[in-house]
Design a binder for this molecule. Sequence first.
Ligand code: F6P
Length: 336
Amino acid sequence: MRIAILTSGGDCPGINATIRGVCKTAINHYGIEVIGIHSGFQGLLTKDVEVLTEKSLSGMLNMGGTMLGTSREKPFKKKGVTTDIDKPALIARNFKELGLDCLVCIGGNGTQKTAAKLFDMGLNVVSVPKTIDNDIWGTDISFGFDSAVSIASEAIDRLHSTASSHRRAMVIEVMGHKAGWIALYSGMAGGGDVILIPEIPYDIHRIGETLLARIKKGKPYSIVVVAEGILTDGKKRAGEYIAQQIEYETGIETRETVLGYVQRGGSPTPFDRNLSTRMGGHATELIVEGKFGRMITLKGDAIDSIPLCDVAGKLKLVTEEHDLVVQGRRMGVCFG
Ligand code: F6P
C-alpha cells in the first residue's frame, strides 16, 4: 500500500506528532509506504512531495509547526478563480499518478470540507481534526487546543501582577476564530474576572458594573479575557475595542494585550502529543480496515471516527450550559 499525508490551514502544536503517529504506525506496523505532500492541497496540485522515512520523522514528536508546510489552498473554491484549471480534476489525476491508496488530511474546518468533497469524488480519504480553536464538530477536543490554552493561561497569570501593581484593568485578546473555547478555558484557568466569547452577547454597562463592584470589594484590579471573534465596531480588534469601552464606561485605567500567534507556535503539551499520537495511529488503522471518508474523533477518552459528511460545514461552539460557564457564573465571573 502507498498512502500520502498533507497538512492544511493554520498550523498548530501537535501536527508533527500526528504525522509521526500516522507514518510510524504505517511503516513499522503495516509496511505501508508513506509520501508527504508539501504545503497542503497546493502540493497535491503540483505534485510537490517527498517520501517519508523513519529518519525524516526523527525529533518530530515535540516539534511545533508542520514539517510538511501548509497553505490555505481550497481546491473547490469558486469565488475569485482566475484560471481555467479544474483543480479537483487535477488532484484526482495526481492522486492516481502518485499511485495512492489513500490520502490523510490533517486540518481544521476548511480541510474537513475539502476532504469530504474529495471523498465524494471517489478518492480514498481519511482525516484528523487539527486546530487550536477546538471548533471542529464531532470531536470533544482537537489537538493543538490544550497547548494554546496552556500558553494563554500562562500569559494571563503573568498579567495579574502588573495589573495589581498599577491597579488597572487588563484586557487580553486570545484567538479562537468564531468560537470562544480558548477564551473560556484560559480565562477560567487564569482566574479571569470577565470573559467575553462570541457565543454570549455582552453589555458594556454590566461589564463596567462588575469592574467597579470589584473595586468596592477591595479588589483594585481586574483581568478581562476577550475572544477575537466577539462583536465590535467592526474596525478595531476585539481587545482594543473592549479596553476603550471599559475606560469610557468606568474611568478605570485599562490596557490591552493581543496574544496572537504565540498561541500557535512551539512545542505541544504532553496531552497534545499523546492525543496526536493516538489520532495519527488510529487514522492508519482506518486505512488498513478500508474505512474511508471518515474523520478521527475523541469521545470521552476513546478514539473513534465519524463520516466526513457529518462534520463538513458545521461548527462546534460553546453553549451557556457548558459546565465552566455555569460554575464560573456561580463564582462571580462576568460573561458579559
Ligand atoms: O484557526 C486557527 C487560527 O489561529 C484562528 O484562531 C485565527 O483566527 C486564524 O487561525 C488566523 O489565521 P491566519 O494564520 O490566516 O492569520
